[in-house]
Design a protein around this ligand. Structure first.
Ligand code: NAD
Length: 388
């Protein structure tokens, strides 16, 4: 088997690295950025962490701050209109996964004919072209989007969260500065942290796993397994924030070069139909979906348990696998992850949408990478199982 490995051309990692944005742009001869961010980044003043160093370097940056959580095709179209109205040579995605994904999607859509729609690029299409390079600077830890060849955009006509994949979505460069995450509230720290853990675990057990992605996934699980609870309880713990940011990035690189699997396939429809934050819908599914596939990739799940730090070398695989399930359930409890019912999703609406959600999960292609590949009926059964 051959593996194709992709990653940004440059990643600058460390506390305070956002101050070096002008130098990073300069390395690539870029000087006219459009910053893509969200309204909170502007209202909280956080965007100045990026704009101030640009001003000091005499770089004039415009800001598009209309991105929304779980970015939509209409927001991407508005972003492309703003991009075309100026003379920009790059896009800077600054924020959580939502602004970064919006910037990536803008690059892809802006390279297409005027009037093109985002849905033309959803998998299995390949989105390999972007109008200009994208630089990503994450402020959550996180989606890993700064290092992946994916963007996830909701089709507002069908309420489908579309997976869009290709070199057009791969950032040219990433600046990964954990100091930007001190202000992330505990709920978002938990949700985004479980998202990273899910990336690493799914990349590692995926049918498309390969040795390079494995090493990144294992490293990410070691970091996240030891630091997620600390970051959740102690927002100002520098070592925990730094470990989570690195772990999130490595998990992004891992799944970008392997794949995600059933959790993500089933999670996107929950996000699209019920507006549950992405990491939270992953967390709702993770224990049950892991249990569903456990015996089909037991040695891998066992190794994951050892990397996370809940099993030892001395534990037999079956024991380590059980400890992994226990840990995922405990983690959800400690981090206050609700069931879909507790989140307030009505039983009738949930039940009525299950066939469509199962079909959308399968269409994304992600379930096919799972160690145990479900059909639509099994996906519906899993959705029912996690509901209450
Ligand atoms: P998000 O970007 O939607 O942000 C969540 C909230 O946190 C927002 O209110 C935001 O303003 C706030 N926030 C962000 N940074 C903050 C900070 N430093 N301090 C305080 N508040 C802050 O959430 P996310 O979980 O980072 O991203 C989710 C999106 O990413 C989803 O759309 C998901 O589908 C996508 N995603 C993409 C990839 C990929 O590879 N492209 C991978 C996983 C998830």
């Amino acid at each position: 088997m051959t593996a194709t490995i992709v990653s940004p051309r440059l990643m600058r990692i460390g506390g305070g690295s956002v101050d070096q944005i002008a130098e990073v742009l300069g390395l690539f001869g870029l000087s006219r950025p459009l910053v893509v961010t969200d309204p909170w980044m502007v209202s909280s003043g956080t965007v100045s962490r990026l704009l101030d160093p640009l001003v000091r370097a005499d770089i004039v940056a415009a800001v598009f701050s209309e991105t929304v959580p779980d970015p939509t095709d209409t927001v991407v179209e508005a972003g492309v209109a703003a991009f075309r109205a100026g003379n920009y040579d790059c896009l800077i995605g600054f924020g959580g996964g939502s602004p970064m994904d919006t910037a990536k999607a803008m690059g892809i859509l802006a390279a297409a004919e005027p009037g093109a729609k985002m849905r033309a690029f959803k998998v299995p299409a390949q989105a390999d072209r972007a109008a200009v390079p994208v630089i990503c600077i994450p402020t959550t830890a996180g989606t890993g989007s700064e290092a992946t060849r994916f963007t996830v955009i909701t089709d507002t006509e069908t309420e489908e969260k579309m997976l869009i994949a290709g070199l057009g979505a791969l950032p040219l460069a990433a600046i990964v500065d954990y100091e930007l995450t001190y202000s992330v509230p505990p709920r978002t720290t938990a949700d985004t942290g479980i998202d990273s853990l899910t990336h690493a675990l799914e990349a590692y057990v995926s049918k498309r796993a390969n040795p390079h992605a494995d090493s990144l996934a294992l490293s990410a699980m070691r970091l996240i397994g030891r630091h997620l609870r600390i970051a959740f309880r102690q927002p100002n713990n520098a070592a925990a924030r730094e470990a989570m940011m690195l772990g999130a990035m490595q998990a992004g690189l891992a799944f970008s070069n392997s794949s995600v699997a059933l959790v993500h396939g089933m999670s996107r429809p929950i996000g699209a139909h019920f507006h549950v934050p992405h990491g939270l819908s992953n967390a709702m599914l993770l224990p049950a979906v892991t249990e569903y596939g456990l015996n089909d990739a037991l040695p891998r799940y066992a190794e994951a348990a050892r990397a996370i730090g809940v099993a030892t070398k001395e534990d037999a695989d079956q024991v380590a696998g059980s400890k992994l399930l226990e840990e995922l359930r405990e983690l959800n409890q400690e981090l206050g992850v609700p069931t879909p019912a507790d989140y307030g999703i009505g039983a009738a609406k949930w039940e009525g949408l299950l066939p469509l959600m199962a079909q959308q999960a399968l269409a994304s292609g992600s379930p096919a990478n799972n160690p145990r590949v479900p059909d639509a009926a099994e996906i519906v059964a899993l959705y029912r199982r996690v509901y209450a």
